[in-house]
Design a protein around this ligand. Sequence first.
Ligand code: SF4
Ligand code: FES
Length: 247
Amino acid sequence: MGEEITLNITRYNPDKDGKYTTQRYSIPYKNDWSILDALNYVKAELDGSLTYRWSCRMAVCGSCGMMVNGTPRLTCSTYLNEFYPKEITIEPLANFPVIRDLVVDINDFMAKLKSAKPWIIRKNKRDEDDTSKEYLQTTGQMDKYYQQTLCINCTLCYAACPVYGLHPDFLGPAVIALGHRYNKDSRDEGKADRREVLASEHGVWKCTVVGDCTEVCPKHVDPSAAIQRTKVDSAINWFFSFLTGRK
Ligand code: SF4
Ligand code: FES
């Protein structure tokens, strides 16, 4: 018999007993298997009822996030060889309601994302519809927001954020980072439209700069830095409106 590795996987079925349990599976150890490959082995060979979410298998779609030994990770780009021969514990992403086994409900995140208007807004609405228009941009202008365009909405930063864990109303790292991304885009004119949400009581000022969001982000978006920059922008705007009386 070849080498084996043990996975401890959270099971939860609201239609059965609604209790969280941990199930142990011994599977063959393959040096080049990702955690997602291991879950696919369990589902195909040992237990077809195991439920989890994935799609691209290449760290692009953002759907395979889970807690791996207590840390939010993309399971398609986290490999067994990082842990072998130790056991691996796989749980649903922290801070989200669980739908079943390793699948969490991200509706709250999606609603918050929409509220920050992560798209280009033009003051003249005809500009948005006119596809013949070009908005040229220098590489320097693009550099101002490029890092945040790398976000894949995987929500690992929400699972890592202690503030979101304590205050579910907090907009959270990725939503603020994406609002910041459009605020910094030279083609955008929607800063004022986003301000109400980003600088609200549930926005940037709730962040206590723990920085765990940046630690776990698989795309190096650095949401923590984006939040702090948005704080600076909000403070400048507040000071300016205080001086001028303009909103
Ligand atoms: S900021 Fe990073 S961790 Fe958060 S959703 Fe985007 S890619 Fe994922
Ligand atoms: S399966 Fe798409 S990011 Fe992992």
